[in-house]
Design a protein around this ligand. Structure first.
Ligand SMILES: Nc1ncnc2c1ncn2[C@@H]1O[C@H](COP(=O)(O)OP(=O)(O)OP(=O)(O)O)[C@@H](O)[C@H]1O
Ligand SMILES: [Mg+2]
Length: 275
């Protein structure tokens, strides 16, 4: 059953090289309503994956609470993660990969293969059930990884930049596919990205994150009707507003760039003089 998720004052640090600790997440407080699609938008290294690992119980936060339907009970089996790297087992077929979570849960073989087959077919992978990851495209592998998480019917689905390594057409196709699936299942989804356009296209709410030690800069409600059109004025206007909040990247400093070019030129000269 879809559930809601509440995070109260979560903080997380890691040991640093000097023997102290480095704060990664300073203070996250937010609520993901049941059946909603919430996106975390933040730059590289601001602690997005760290947060998801805390939420699914792979790591412990230093402090703060994580509540599912208002309760702090075990999150094991209730929270499913589609991780940032597609980590399918290379020695398992798409079907065996998709059924893995059910196998861990102890579901009998015939039942788990039936369920995983039904999911993969719904994902348009009926012709790839017995293919190994190396025999599938990036998009097909990603769909298999998503199917593997969904088939276990978690109460809350965490997705860590699941489409970031894919080309534009595969990525936008999978975004639409995910929204269709969500419209049917009404699962609670917490989705991580650093693409403003992706966040606006998908979400009910966007949490814009500050760099480390990270905190929530702003929660933006995306009050646009669905299905959304990427090129519509409303979507583009909101994207521009979120981009202003998020901030554009700055260029390498003049000094650093000049230094890098000098070193490059020296290397080139040395290589040429060796020939
Ligand atoms: N196990 C660890 N030990 C020490 N430092 C870590 C560990 N895991 C992550 N970090 C540090 O925590 C910070 C946040 O890492 P994290 O992977 O959560 O970032 P992210 O927001 O997911 O970045 P990206 O967009 O690149 O995926 C980084 O500076 C990283 O080096
Ligand atoms: Mg990450």
């Amino acid at each position: 059953m879809p559930a809601n998720l509440t995070v109260n004052h979560l903080a997380k640090s890691y040991p640093d090289a000097a023997g102290g600790r480095k704060t990664i997440i300073e203070d996250f407080t937010f609520h993901v309503p049941k059946g909603s699609f919430v996106t975390i938008l933040g730059g590289n290294g601001c602690g997005k994956s760290t947060l998801l690992r805390c939420l699914c119980g792979m790591e412990e936060p230093d402090s703060g609470e994580i509540l599912i339907n208002g309760e702090a009970s075990s999150r094991l089996g209730r929270v499913g993660l589609v991780s940032q790297e597609i980590n399918l087992f290379s020695w398992r077929t798409a079907l065996e990969n998709a059924a893995f979570g059910l196998e861990v849960q102890g579901m009998p073989k015939a039942r788990r293969l039936e369920l995983a087959t039904a999911y993969l077919k719904a994902f348009g992978l009926g012709d790839h059930l017995h293919h190994y990851p190396r025999e599938m495209s990036g998009g097909q592998r990603q769909k298999t990884a998503i199917a593997r998480t969904l088939v276990s019917a978690p109460d809350i689905i965490l997705m860590d930049e699941p489409f970031s390594a894919l080309d534009y057409h595969t990525r936008t196709g999978l975004q639409c596919f995910l929204l269709q699936l969500w419209a049917k299942l009404r699962e609670t989804i917490l989705f991580v990205t650093h693409e403003v356009e992706e966040a606006v296209f998908l979400s009910d709410y966007i949490l814009v994150i500050n760099p480390i030690p990270s905190s929530i800069k702003k929660i933006v409600k995306v009050d646009l009707p669905r299905p959304r059109i990427r090129t519509s004025r409303e979507v583009m206007e909101l994207s521009a507003r979120v981009l202003t909040l998020y901030g554009a990247g700055s260029c390498l400093g003049d000094m650093e760039l000049r230094k890098a070019l000098e070193i490059l030129a020296r290397h080139k000269q040395e290589r040429e003089s060796e020939v």
